[in-house]
Design a protein around this ligand. Structure first.
Ligand SMILES: [Fe+2]
Ligand SMILES: [Fe+2]
Length: 455
């Protein structure tokens, strides 16, 4: 078994993380004179921005090209009114096809607009503007309550016309960050599908950081050992799970077993990571440093999708005790291609004291599925018939206000609205418990491994 998360890595994954990342190791260069328009094979494709290790002060921009420029691919950027500068990219081969993926980290100081341009062409005034947060995360660490943060979520995206429309609808909302809860491209090992998906996502992702978790269709990229997912996206830390703070909201992004077949130790490492991370976040929430704890993952714990109801027994066994122990506020999930919102629930029953709200939004664009009737007692709302949609969350002081908007018409239409209140002090204190002893979970997980290995 691989070693548990080492302390150095844990420090990297904490919000703030000042001085931790090293991606921006390449020297800044004065911008060269305007170059000729890039040859077609050198044109940057699938440009997307993400948070990596220095949330407070930088963004990482990733893109791919079909051909390789002799020398070094680069990204030009401009912060505020300062002159354009250039940073060299780190480049690696795309798995599974001829092509290269490049990524470069650029400064994103609090409150300052950042423009950038990837590739060879001289930077232009219409270069993408990285999302300017209401305040950058560095400022957010000490945010007073009442400062707003707005983020969006869907899963199960694909490359259909519905996928394109849903992306455009999210883009029109200009969130601070967009989350995709797994099953991204449905490439299943066919690399041109990944290319198309990134091209399609770029109008949104070039300016709004997009953070993802893998789904089972990233696992089904197994022919390449999930290498396409890992190579084409940049996230905090070195693994496929990570955590960070945005203001007074803590986010924990998990594979929840999606890459189990590619890396059998990953689930065990991840459980330990989640146990430590949630204990830490709950303690900070009890001290008044945070107001909400949010988990992002592909798989649902409980569901009323026909054929998958009532739950995922592995996650109920291994993960749900942690969510309830530390009183996670919200789980953003996908996998099931419909929309369902739970009441605050624990172990399949409504529980306002200990429970979390699970939002299943597997309506990103790939397809829609049927709902099992009657729905379970914990269900608060189900969109029936299912529609393509995204969910938007806005932090308004001590309330997280949610809206789900269907994107299958000329204009987005609100189909659900809800509010999640921050927990009162008594509940916060009750959730600040020591790191869970996972020995029982280990035994269950080892038994699961044995069963799967035998199968
Ligand atoms: Fe899916
Ligand atoms: Fe899935």
């Amino acid at each position: 078994m691989a070693s548990p998360i080492d302390p150095t890595r844990r420090r990297l994954l904490r919000g703030g993380m000042a001085g931790a990342g090293a991606l921006l190791g390449a020297p800044l260069l004065a911008l060269a004179p305007a170059a000729a328009a890039p040859l077609a094979g050198l044109a940057p494709r699938g440009i997307h921005a993400s948070y990596t290790d220095r949330l407070a002060s930088q963004r990482t921009v990733t893109w791919f090209t079909d051909d390789l420029l002799p020398g070094r691919h680069a990204l030009a950027y401009q912060t505020g009114v300062a002159a354009w500068q250039r940073v060299g990219a780190q480049t690696q081969r795309l798995p599974g096809r001829r092509g290269w993926v490049h990524h470069a980290a650029i400064p994103a100081p609090p409150g300052a607009p950042v423009r950038y341009q990837a590739g060879l062409a001289a930077p232009a005034g219409d270069a993408p503007l990285l999302a300017r947060h209401a305040a950058a995360p560095g400022e957010l660490a000490g945010w007073p309550r009442g400062t707003r943060l707005r983020f969006t979520h869907f899963g199960d995206h694909g490359i259909t016309a519905h996928s394109v429309a849903n992306t455009a609808a999210v883009r029109a909302r200009a969130p601070d960050v967009h989350f995709i809860a797994g099953d991204l491209s449905y490439a299943n090992g066919t690399q041109p599908v990944w290319d198309t998906w990134f091209d399609q996502l770029a109008p949104l992702a070039a300016s709004v950081p997009v953070m993802t978790v893998p789904g089972n269709h990233e696992h089904e990229d197994i022919f390449w050992g999930s290498r396409a997912y890992r190579a084409r996206l940049r996230q905090p830390g070195a693994g496929s799970y990570y955590a960070f703070d945005l203001g007074r909201v803590h986010f924990l992004a998990l594979t929840a077993g999606a890459l189990f077949a590619a890396d059998r130790d990953l689930l065990l490492e991840e459980l330990r990571f989640a146990a430590e991370d949630l204990a830490d976040a709950a303690a900070r929430r009890a001290r008044g440093e945070l107001d909400f704890i949010v988990v992002l993952q592909h798989f649902t714990l409980w569901t009323d999708q026909l054929g998958r109801e009532p739950n995922d027994p592995t996650l109920v066994l291994l993960e749900e005790p942690l969510l309830v122990r530390h009183r996670v506020d919200l789980v953003m999930a996908g996998h099931d291609h419909f929309y369902q919102r739970s009441q605050p629930m624990a172990f399949g029953r409504p529980d306002t004291r200990r429970g979390y709200v699970q939002i299943i939004n597997g309506c990103g664009g790939q397809s829609l599925r049927q709902i099992s009737r009657p729905v379970q007692p914990w269900s608060a709302f189900v969109l029936d018939p299912p529609r393509y949609c995204f969910t938007e969350y806005e932090l308004d002081g001590l309330t997280l206000v949610g809206r789900t908007l269907a994107s299958d018409g000329a204009e987005p239409v609100e189909v659900d609205r809800f509010a999640i209140a921050a927990r009162p002090a008594r509940q916060r204190r009750a959730a600040a418990r020591p790191v869970a002893q996972l020995s029982q979970l280990w035994r269950a997980a080892e038994a699961l491994r044995a069963v799967r290995a035998a199968g």
